[in-house]
Design a protein around this ligand. Structure first.
Ligand SMILES: Cc1cc2nc3c(=O)[nH]c(=O)nc-3n(C[C@H](O)[C@H](O)[C@H](O)COP(=O)(O)OP(=O)(O)OC[C@H]3O[C@@H](n4cnc5c(N)ncnc54)[C@H](O)[C@@H]3O)c2cc1C
Length: 338
């Protein structure tokens, strides 16, 4: 790897809620962070998968929309002047004296004292339906996530899938779309029972059309603009549904990508950490949030927040070897200058 272009105390891989809170926890201990994310926006799953959904288990908030949580976390991190490098993947980390050299897919090279991996399920990649010509429609009329419900106002929307995302978005979009059709290959959904009950209620009331048991078979349209989705029954009988947009919710491909090849111990695609420090099996590389695992791990945002605090304290002697770390409450020390 060539010489670094940028120096920082900690490189945080992933700008999800946990990576964002890591900036704050590091800042409280006078450590600066550079945060890198493959997405063009901060917020991880909260921003990419459910920005307008309320979360009910963030301490201190009886409910908060995921997008608002991201905004508040970014505000809380602002005093510590983080650098964000978005739209690029972290591809390599190489030992460099008492620290690390980190490389991204955009050619950045960063020298740091510690790497904190907050990579969630890995860089996002949707499971795509195997339909001919799919690529020309992607981003124009075929989508794998909803950024703004309003984008679908007045449209004829086909939703494919049988899990929570398909059912929740069918319910939500039925309030704004001209028509919502849900295509699923079974008559049973893998969604929360209450959501499925509301889906069937919506179907009975004519607000949602259930196209079951059917699966996607083809797309019709021109120059990336969809005009119809072709579906086929299990016996091969075809049906044409006029549509402006197709939302395909077949889950995300969970792949750690290059991080899986860094020689860190893995357990079912997650990084094994010492729960006392969140250090991986490689000294100087830490993992927090959904990507980290240890006995009793709960994949919750609040667990990730606590892990960010543990990792920051464990990283401290690497960044400030000359200073003893005295545990202090934020009420005692206020916000330290950076
Ligand atoms: C529909 C839904 C509802 C949920 N509801 C709740 C809830 O009510 N309460 C709760 O606590 N949790 C909930 N969760 C789970 C919660 O969203 C996750 O626990 C949380 O997002 C984990 O945060 P994170 O920062 O660890 O990872 P993520 O949010 O997954 O962010 C990881 C980021 O890392 C980036 N990344 C990965 N690899 C790389 C790389 N090599 N280079 C650069 N960037 C990389 C990704 O692009 C991503 O942006 C829900 C999840 C979903 C999908």
């Amino acid at each position: 790897m060539n010489a670094p272009e940028h120096r920082t105390d900690i490189v945080v891989v992933g700008a999800g809620p946990v990576g964002l809170f890591a900036i704050f926890e590091a800042g409280m201990l006078a450590m600066r962070c550079t945060v890198i994310d493959a997405l063009d926006v901060i917020g991880g799953q909260c921003a990419a998968l459910y920005p307008e959904k309320p979360i009910y288990d963030i301490p201190g908030f009886s409910r908060i929309d995921a997008g608002d949580l991201v905004q508040r976390l970014a505000e809380q991190a602002t005093p510590f002047k983080p650098s964000y490098l978005l739209g690029r993947q972290v591809v390599a980390a190489q030992a460099n004296g008492d620290g690390w050299l980190v490389a991204t897919s955009a050619g950045d090279r960063l020298a740091c004292k510690a790497v904190v991996i907050a990579a969630g399920n890995g860089a996002f990649g949707p499971n795509r339906p195997p339909l001919p010509g799919l690529a020309q429609y992607e981003g124009q009329s075929v989508f794998y996530l909803v950024r703004r419900r309003e984008d679908f106002r007045g449209q004829r929307v086909v939703i494919a899938g049988g899990g929570d995302s398909a059912v929740d978005w069918a319910l939500s979009l039925s309030a704004v779309a001209a028509r919502v059709s849900v295509v699923h290959r079974r008559d049973k959904f893998r969604a929360a029972p209450e959501s499925e009950r509301r889906l069937r209620e919506g179907a009975a009331a004519g607000r949602i059309e259930l196209v079951v048991p059917y699966q996607l078979d083809g797309l019709e349209g021109r120059a990336g603009r969809l005009s119809a989705v072709i579906v086929a029954s299990m016996t091969g009988a075809k049906r044409r549904i006029e549509a402006d947009a197709l939302l395909a919710f077949f889950g995300l491909a969970a792949s750690l990508g290059p991080i899986a090849d860094w020689g860190l111990a893995l357990e079912r695609h997650h990084l094994k950490v010492d729960p006392a420090t969140c250090q991986t099996t490689t000294p100087g590389i830490f993992a927090i949030g959904d990507v980290a695992t240890y006995p009793g791990k709960l994949k919750l945002i609040l667990s990730g927040f606590a892990e960010a605090a543990l990792a920051a304290h464990a990283v401290y002697p690497r960044v400030h070897p000359e200073r003893a770390l005295h545990f202090e409450y934020s009420t005692t020390k206020g916000l330290p200058a950076v």
